[in-house]
Design a binder for this molecule. Structure first.
Ligand SMILES: NC(=O)c1ccc[n+]([C@@H]2O[C@H](COP(=O)([O-])OP(=O)(O)OC[C@H]3O[C@@H](n4cnc5c(N)ncnc54)[C@H](O)[C@@H]3O)[C@@H](O)[C@H]2O)c1
Length: 432
């Protein structure tokens, strides 16, 4: 099939490259000329395991190409995926201006049937609004369908998630659109959920909000565990083995970040309010998350008494492991607070340092993790990279000046860390 993908960021590029690897002919479009020239030069402008290899292969076979011009692709594709960003507006609503720009340009150039698919995460009823915009601006008589096909991939395992999804959700309102999707996804062995467009849009917002709720639940629980000296990891283990609850995403830490959960929760709450439906549970999930970083900082200050003149080695900057994505990373909230309290920060992240340089002030970047901890009074671990899990803790302890280890991801067993001589503090677990 001939496909166009508009917006070549984390979702668009993975979508385009994976469809191309399945034998489709894909053009990825982006209105950022620098991104497109980087891609044309054979490079990828963000880190996602395995993506560069797939792009190199599919470009070589002629299945994948890049352009900045939507006009070039509109009448050469059967399916056009909108994968542009939908960030938060100041009031929490989704900023759909990029979706609107794309829809208008598509409408202007559309001359023959095309299935126009919103893959970006959008509030319920956006599909309807895309259809109305197309009807208003497209040539009279031109046929098209609008559909929703939300994306559930996770950064860090995006290729696997796209190629082997748990489910494929398609929101359609014509049999023609459904038939195209069935053909497009024929080789994938995942359950295909076929719904109306609004239900598909809601599935995405509801899924992300539910996962975020589990995280905030675990974080709320961690504060009770800290108050009484219980162990949140044991409590969530005991809960999660109940299949009705499930253990995934039931982990305490420094809160969720990234480009999706924070903005999707706010957008879902916003649209609920607009519809006159009170869904305050979402507001509480947001509140717990927004205070969790501060909760962690207070733990650090309480344990070290004063941070004035202290050097802290920060391990991890990205919002989670296996990505360089810094959008809403907890490090953005935590590091300035530590600096405000007087600490000097030396940071190391395996992938996110190049993209972090403009995001922090007075931050010293270390070339590797052992340089980051050398002569530090304390370590603050913020991202769950495997590299940190596998580090030589004995060596780390010897390199440090002090012995504080604040683990924002509960990555290590407290008794073992105590045995190695650390003053180890994590989230919702007794120190040792
Ligand atoms: N990142 C994720 O893990 C993830 C997962 C599932 C769903 N989503 C959703 O997918 C959408 C895209 O997310 P992302 O993380 O890929 O964002 P992104 O910012 O990485 O990529 C969006 C791209 O769209 C381009 N763009 C913006 N306006 C354009 C226009 N008018 N014409 C052409 N290109 C344009 C931008 O330059 C950018 O490269 C969002 O709605 C997001 O919520 C993201």
């Amino acid at each position: 099939m001939k496909l166009a993908v508009i917006g070549s960021g984390y979702v668009g590029l993975v979508t385009g490259a994976c469809f191309a690897s399945l034998g489709h002919e894909v053009v990825c479009v982006d209105n950022d000329p620098q991104k497109i020239s980087t891609l044309k030069a054979g490079k990828v402008f963000f880190y996602e395991p395995g993506l560069h290899e797939i792009i190199t292969k599919t470009v070589a076979t002629g299945h994948l190409s890049f352009t900045t011009e939507i006009a070039e692709v509109v009448n050469r594709c059967e399916v056009l995926f909108i994968c542009v960003n939908t960030p938060s507006l100041p009031d929490g609503g989704a900023d759909l201006s990029s979706v609107e720009n794309v829809t208008r340009v598509v409408a202007k150039h559309l001359r023959k049937y095309c299935l126009i698919v919103a893959k970006s995460t959008v509030p319920v009823q956006t599909g309807e609004w895309i259809r109305k915009t197309l009807q208003r601006y497209a040539r009279k008589g031109v046929k098209f369908d609008v559909a929703s096909n939300p994306e559930f991939l996770r950064e860090g395992s995006a290729i696997h998630d796209f190629m082997m999804p748990d489910r494929i959700v398609i929101g359609v309102d014509t049999t023609r659109a459904e038939k195209i999707f069935r053909e497009l996804y024929a080789s994938m062995k995942a359950p295909l959920i076929v719904t109306d467009i609004k239900s598909a849009e809601l599935i995405k917002h509801a899924s992300n909000s539910f996962l975020a709720t589990k995280i905030s639940f675990a974080n709320g629980l961690s504060r009770i565990c800290d108050a009484v000296g219980a162990d949140v990891e044991k409590v969530t283990l005991g809960m999660g083995l109940d299949p009705r609850i499930g253990s995934q995403f039931l982990h305490a830490g420094i809160g969720f970040g990234g480009a999706c959960f924070p903005k999707d929760l706010k957008a879902f709450l916003h649209i609920s309010n607009e519809l006159g439906v009170s869904f305050d549970l979402l507001a509480e999930v947001i509140r717990i998350n927004e205070t969790q970083a501060q909760y962690f900082v207070q733990k650090i200050i309480r344990n070290m008494r004063s941070l004035k003149g202290k050097t802290i080695g920060v391990l991890g900057l990205a919002f989670k492991g296996d990505t360089d994505d810094m959008r809403n990373a907890p490090s953005l909230a935590i590091i300035p607070e530590l600096q405000k309290a007087g600490a000097q920060i030396k940071a190391y992240d395996p992938q996110a340092m190049p993209g972090s340089r403009t995001l922090f002030r007075n931050l010293c970047f270390a070339p590797d993790l052992y340089s980051a901890v050398k002569d530090a009074h304390a370590i603050v671990l913020l991202t769950e990279w495997k590299k940190f899990q596998n580090m030589d803790c004995r060596r780390v302890r010897k390199l440090m000046k002090g012995k504080f280890f604040f683990d924002g991801r509960n990555m290590f067993p407290p008794p073992e860390m105590k045995r190695l001589g650390f003053h180890y503090v994590s989230i919702g677990r007794p120190s040792a």
